[in-house]
Write a protein that binds this ligand. Structure first.
Ligand code: SAM
Length: 255
């Protein structure tokens, strides 16, 4: 464990610690026929995260956690592999595999260095997984390495705008004020929290994605449905209906 980068070691400890509580709500996600995304359960029909043809394709979920996204991919006929940094999260995923009778490989490891050959996959996805908790300078080029030319990467994470507006105090929702500089955003360590997050400005995402071999096809500002609810305290529905609190990037490996 000592050879892991500091943020990977810390995030492993953090996710191992919360995994049992997190597991309580995932069975419903596993049971869904129609995917719903992010903290508001925004429907797939609105975001098209899985709009690629996936049947028979090789796909990987980077930071799969409890692997309900991988389950949705498997049901769409994909050959899916999930990788996650937390063995406790993967225990939940394995339990769900048994519960729902779905089997696919789950790797315990760091999505920044995946122990699989280059050009192994047609599609890579992350929903609040590696795209939030892994170092973009490492996981984005690694995703490019894993994808075949023409392969797609789709990820959903906190929006740039909301990250500017969230107070440091735990449990306090995003404000209508810009609380930090929009320049140089990268690694975040919130007070009292052992985990490490990564948030980039749009221009920094674009520069990194392009220099890693991706073309950008879409950046979607997620607007939750009017009646949506969330258990997360860092943003209100009123805020999220006015400004995007989540964003989806759809990019494609250059041919
Ligand atoms: C919010 S969960 C998202 C996964 C999935 N959508 C879910 O909700 O179960 C975040 C996951 O990212 C994983 N993670 C964090 N850093 C990682 C890394 N460097 N490599 C792979 N997984 C990582 C955590 O272990 C955790 O299971």
């Amino acid at each position: 464990m000592s050879e892991l980068p500091d943020h990977v070691r810390r995030n492993r400890a953090a996710w191992d610690r919360v995994a049992a509580d997190y597991a309580v709500r995932v069975e419903g996600q596993w049971a869904l026929d129609e995917p719903s995304w992010g903290i508001w359960g925004t429907p797939e029909s609105q975001l098209g995260m899985l709009s690629e043809p996936l049947a028979g394709k090789d796909v990987i979920e980077l930071g799969c956690g409890t692997a309900y996204v991988s389950a949705w991919l498997k049901r769409r006929g994909a050959r899916v592999v999930g990788i996650d940094n937390s063995e406790r999260q993967l225990e939940t995923a394995r339990r769900m595999q048994q519960r729902f009778g779905l089997d696919f490989p789950l790797l315990h490891g760091n999505a920044e260095t995946v122990p699989l050959p280059e050009a192994s996959f047609d599609f890579a996805i992350s929903e609040y997984g590696a795209c939030l908790w892994a170092d973009p300078a490492a996981w984005v080029p690694e995703a490019a390495r894993l994808l075949r030319p023409g392969g797609a990467l789709v990820f959903l994470t906190n929006s740039y705008l909301m990250t500017l507006c969230v107070p440091e105090q735990d449990g306090v929702a995003a404000t209508e004020r810009l609380l930090r500089s929009g320049f140089g955003m990268y690694r975040f360590e919130w007070p009292g929290d052992e985990s490490v997050e990564f948030h980039l400005s749009h221009s920094d995402w674009i520069a990194l994605l392009r220099s890693s071999g991706f073309e950008i096809e879409a950046l979607i500002d997620v607007r939750p449905p009017a009646e949506a609810t969330t258990q997360y305290p860092f943003v209100t529905l009123d805020w999220a209906r006015q400004w995007p609190c989540e964003e989806v990037w759809k990019v494609r490996r250059r041919r």
